[in-house]
Design a protein around this ligand. Structure first.
Ligand code: ATP
Ligand code: MG
Length: 267
C-alpha cells in the first residue's frame, strides 16, 4: 500500500475537507484483513527484535475528534503486541500538578525507553488543539508551542526514538452516528460524555486547529498521517503498515551473543 499519499509533507498546507474520511486503498475488505493479519505478525516480530536489541524505541501518537476511533485502533493494532514491550499513555485534562509545569513536562516522562513501543492516546498536541479552541491559554503562549513541539520531537528522535503520528480523520456526520450509537446502546452509555457535544459544536474550529498543527509539525523524522478512519479495517491497515514500515527502516538486528553457544553444555 502507498502510505506516502496519506503523509503530510513538512509545511504543506492541509485542507482536511479535501482529504477523504473513507477510503479502501483499492482493496476489498477481505484483502485488507488478510494484509492486516500479515502485518500484525511482522509487528510482533519487529517488536521482539527491538526489545532484544534495546537500542531504539518507537513513539506512536494518536489524535482524533471524539468517537474518531482511537481506542479501537489501539486495541486492534497494538493489542497483539507483547504487553511487556508496549505502553499506552492516555492524556486527559492536566491535573493541578501537571498544570503547574510546562506543557511538555508530563509528556516527556511517558516517552518510551529504549526497546519499547509507546502509544500516546491524545498527546502534547492537545496543547495546540483544545487549548487553542477553548482559549485555555492566550494565543501568545500556544502559538509558540509549534516550535517547541518540533524541537522536542527532533530531540527525542536524535536520541533514538522514532516518532510517527496519526490523525484519525472522520466527518462531522460520522461522529453524529457514532455518538448516537453510544446513546442507543446501554453497554456504551459509559462512553458518552455530554460535554463532548460542546466540542462537537466547535467542529470547524477544531478542524482549523488540526490543519495548523498537522501542517506546522509534520517533519521527516516525525511525520503526521491523515488516516481515513470511517472504514475501520482500512484505518487499522494503514496505521499498521506505517508502523511496520517505520520499524523496518531501522534495520534492527538481534544482538550477537556474548558467548559461543557451541561451547556451552547444559547438564
Ligand atoms: P473517549 O474518546 O473514549 O471519550 P477521551 O480521550 O476523549 O476518550 P476523556 O476523558 O473523555 O478521554 O477526555 C479527555 C479530555 O481531556 C479531552 O476532552 C481532551 O481534549 C482533554 N485534554 C487532554 N489534554 C489536555 C490538555 N493538555 N489541556 C486541556 N485538556 C486536555
Ligand atoms: Mg471523550
Amino acid at each position: 500500500m502507498d502510505t506516502a499519499a496519506y503523509r503530510v509533507r513538512p509545511d504543506e498546507p492541509v485542507d482536511l475537507s479535501a482529504r477523504p474520511t473513507r477510503d479502501d486503498g483499492g482493496l476489498s475488505r477481505d484483502q485488507g484483513r488478510e494484509q492486516f493479519r500479515k502485518l500484525t505478525r511482522r509487528l510482533q516480530a519487529l517488536q521482539e527484535v527491538m526489545y532484544a536489541q534495546n537500542r531504539h524505541s518507537l513513539l506512536v501518537v494518536l489524535q482524533a475528534m471524539d468517537a474518531g476511533g482511537k481506542d479501537s485502533t489501539l486495541r486492534n493494532v497494538f493489542g497483539p503486541v507483547n504487553p511487556q514491550g508496549c505502553h499506552v499513555s492516555s492524556f486527559k485534562a492536566p491535573s493541578t500538578l501537571e498544570r503547574s509545569h510546562d506543557f511538555l513536562w508530563r509528556i516527556h516522562q511517558q516517552v518510551p525507553p529504549r526497546g519499547h513501543i509507546g502509544v500516546f492516546n491524545r498527546s502534547h498536541y492537545e496543547d495546540v488543539l483544545i487549548v487553542r479552541v477553548k482559549d485555555l491559554a492566550p494565543k501568545s503562549v500556544w502559538q509558540k508551542r509549534f516550535d517547541h513541539i518540533n524541537h522536542f520531537e527532533k530531540m527525542i528522535a536524535d536520541e533514538g526514538v522514532s516518532v510517527v503520528k496519526f490523525y484519525l480523520h472522520i466527518s462531522k456526520a460520522y461522529q453524529q452516528k457514532r455518538l448516537q450509537r453510544r446513546l442507543d446502546r446501554p453497554d456504551k452509555h459509559w462512553k458518552f460524555n455530554p460535554d463532548d457535544l460542546a466540542e462537537r459544536a466547535r467542529w470547524a474550529e477544531y478542524m482549523h486547529a488540526f490543519e495548523d498543527a498537522l501542517s506546522k509539525c509534520s517533519q521527516p523524522h516525525a511525520p503526521w498521517y491523515v488516516v481515513p478512519a470511517e472504514r475501520r479495517w482500512f484505518r487499522n491497515l494503514l496505521v499498521a503498515q506505517v508502523v511496520v514500515d517505520t520499524l523496518e527502516a531501522l534495520n534492527m538486528k538481534l544482538p550477537e551473543p556474548t558467548f559461543d553457544p557451541a561451547t556451552i553444555r547444559i547438564e
